[in-house]
Design a protein around this ligand. Structure first.
Ligand code: BTN
Length: 284
């Protein structure tokens, strides 16, 4: 853990209290959880130039050299743990929107929260949570976005499926980490407030328009369960995937790693049903 200092992004915000920048950490999620344990306020952000032990979903290592945006937001929402995953949906919308603000780049979300550009992964989100009884004490939203790291420098198992912001822009385009961080933080504040004030159905509706998954044939790996295959027919109001198998059964998938096995024949953007969702405000 090296050289912490406060980063001033010149933001006016009700959410963000302090952005702490480190040149090197094991994981910004670890630092954020330590700070949260010590009682820092909601809206504290930890950002690092590099992580030596960056973590991804499902216990994977997250390679985090200089050239990426690696940061974590500390939150203290007044919710039950079962609703915490809703915040990752808000975060994936924020990252995707912020990328879109960058000179016309179009990103998409692969369920549940991989950020893709042209079908390759450019970023991901890892939410970790501390509970006390049946409430969330705090949670941390860790976001990783590859800005300029050449995907060939990643480990072989990810280099073919990874991309960077830089490799999708004209060579020589200047990329400012702080500008992208500011943009993601701004967007996240918008969607976090929307989630708290209007409920998850508004988030899911927006998320569907950014997702690449409905209508596609996928495989879901979620060991120790057997892999499942089927066509995604929808995302339900809780954020779960609904897939139709070859035996015409519709299965509900709440966790796992998705691999797309066939291209979409679904009209894009995805149509969102106009029927009201039957969940109470703030708890859906
Ligand atoms: C994924 O597997 O897609 C999630 C990757 C999340 C990586 C970020 S980088 C900042 C924060 N610190 C970590 O150790 N992980 C998250």
């Amino acid at each position: 853990m090296k050289n912490p200092h406060t980063l001033d992004l010149g933001m006016k915000s009700e959410l963000y209290k302090k952005i702490i920048h480190y040149s090197e950490v094991k994981s910004t999620n670890d630092i954020a959880m330590d700070l949260a344990e010590q009682g820092v306020e909601e809206g504290t952000v930890v950002v690092a130039d590099t992580q030596t032990e960056g973590r991804g979903r499902a216990g994977r290592t997250w390679s985090s050299p200089v050239g990426g945006l690696w940061f974590t937001i500390i939150l203290r929402p007044d919710i039950e743990p079962v609703y915490a995953h809703q915040i990752t949906f808000a975060a994936s919308i924020a990252v995707t929107t912020a990328i879109g603000n960058l000179r016309g780049l179009q990103a998409q979300i692969k369920w549940p929260n991989d950020i893709l550009i042209k079908e390759k992964k450019v970023g991901g989100i890892l939410l970790e949570i501390a509970t006390s009884g049946s409430t969330v004490e705090y949670l941390v939203v860790g976001i990783g976005l590859n800005l300029t790291v050449d995907p060939h420098h990643f480990p072989p198992e990810v280099s073919n499926i990874a991309t960077s912001i830089a490799s999708n822009l004209r060579p020589g385009t200047k990329i400012s980490r702080d500008e992208i961080l500011r943009s993601i933080l701004r967007e996240f504040e918008v969607y976090y407030q929307l989630l708290k004030q209007k409920g998850f159905r508004h988030i899911i509706q927006k998320w569907k328009g950014m997702s690449n998954i409905v209508g596609r044939e996928i495989r879901v790996d979620d060991p120790p369960n057997e892999p499942m295959e089927g066509k995604v027919v929808d995302i339900d109001t809780t954020g779960a995937l609904l897939i139709r198998t070859s035996k015409n059964a519709v299965l509900r998938v709440v966790s796992g790693t998705v691999t797309i096995v066939e291209r979409s024949d679904w009209p894009w953007p995805i149509r969102v049903p106009s029927v009201p969702f039957p969940f109470p405000k703030g708890k859906d």
